[in-house]
Design a binder for this molecule. Structure first.
Ligand SMILES: [Zn+2]
Length: 378
């Protein structure tokens, strides 16, 4: 009951990821490269969910604390909330070329990631540059780097699947040149069946998109708690499952157990509505579209994770592998095509920052960070 429909996901994932032509001619030219191996479905059990490692959640929280503490008694000043939301709007400048570098993996794997991630550029005025040279090798980064080798630094390290949101990847308070900012654990050894979805989802974060199931515009009816009387029951892999009386574990129990072993803090951080996590920021301050249950930025949850099961407005049947119509619209809104539209968006954002700067102490960290953000818009 708590498992995804692997067969459907597998077939769809492979079809979308590899396409009719298989790998690109450029990667074929490398000849003796090892093909990325795709794991058979039984090896992909139990399900590992995407989420930030604890160290990254701590960094994000520490940065926000630093900014709030620095405001002292002025933290309630008019404009602080608007300033925080502007700071957390992490998209890149429309029309930008965002550089990407890899640590580990083969050029063949890099080519696969490049091709799947680049789908975003079909809809938004933004492009990834993976730095492929004439010999078919891609841009690399290393943990010993002291300068940013690229805006997005892809790793295949332990820590699961995750990505920094937009420009956070080049914010030195959050990400140094020597740490990964988009992680695809183990892809350099074998590809999980959901790889096409992971790659599109993570590069969506890298473009500034947040989780759809955390949309400020809609509260999903998650079953946070166990059914009354639930007796903790696990399958062979240690994952919590329905007990002998048909009672179900809730989200806290399920995510808290193997293989994810998430703390309550982490579960809340990855699943709660953004408005619950940041109660001081009114919904109207977020610039998001209508809630979209088909978004690539939404986690897939089995129906039993929702109070109203398959009737939940947040339920989608099966994993999502492609961008939804709303995803396409949203990325086009963030990164408009056409200089005049893009300029309007920048002018509006600059004006909003300037307005906030008149309402908060000029010496505050928040003011300095907003000023830096405004300078980037020039
Ligand atoms: Zn995510």
């Amino acid at each position: 009951m708590l498992r995804p429909a692997h067969v459907t996901a597998m077939t769809l994932g492979l079809a979308l990821a590899l396409g009719p032509g298989g790998l690109t001619p450029a990667s074929r030219a490398l000849g003796d490269e090892t093909e990325p191996v795709v794991e058979p479905p039984e090896q992909f059990q139990p399900r590992i969910m995407e989420g930030y490692p604890d160290w990254y959640i701590e960094r994000l929280a520490a940065r926000e604390r630093k900014i709030i503490d620095d405001l002292g008694a002025r933290r309630n000043a008019l404009g602080v909330r608007a300033g925080l939301i502007l700071l957390n709007t992490e998209e890149w400048k429309p029309g930008s070329v965002i550089t990407v570098a890899f640590n580990g993996g083969t050029p063949r794997l890099h080519a696969l990631i490049e091709r799947i991630a680049s789908v975003w550029s079909q809809y938004g005025n933004i492009r990834f540059d993976f730095g492929r040279d004439a010999s078919g090798h891609y841009r690399t980064w290393s943990p010993t780097d002291i300068d940013y080798k690229a805006d997005i630094r892809v790793g295949f390290l332990p820590g699961g699947f995750w990505s920094a949101i937009g420009r956070d990847s080049i914010n030195p308070d959050l990400n140094q040149p020597g740490n990964e900012t988009l992680n695809l654990e183990g892809y350099d050894r074998s590809l999980p069946y959901q790889f096409a979805r992971h790659i599109r989802h993570e590069f969506g974060h890298a473009l500034g998109l947040e989780h759809e199931h955390q949309s400020p515009n809609f509260a999903c009816d998650f079953r946070w708690d166990d059914d009354p009387g639930y007796v903790r029951t696990t399958d062979k892999s240690g994952q919590f499952v329905i007990d002998g009386q048909g009672r179900r574990p809730g989200i806290y129990t399920w995510f808290g157990g193997p293989p994810n072993n998430w703390s309550k803090t982490k579960i809340d951080f990855q699943l709660r509505q953004l408005t619950t996590l940041n109660p001081d920021i009114p919904v109207a301050d977020y610039s998001v579209g209508q809630f979209d249950k088909l978004s690539i930025m939404k986690y897939y949850f089995d129906d039993c994770m929702y109070v109203s099961g398959k009737n939940s407005p947040c339920y989608s049947p099966g994993e999502i592998y492609e961008l939804s119509a709303e995803d396409e619209k949203r990325i086009a809104m963030y990164y408009p095509v056409g200089g005049a539209v893009a300029m309007t968006r920048q002018v509006q954002k600059k004006a909003a920052i300037e307005s906030v700067l008149t309402q908060i102490p000029q010496s505050s960290l928040l003011a300095k960070e907003l000023q830096a953000r405004k300078d980037q818009l020039q």
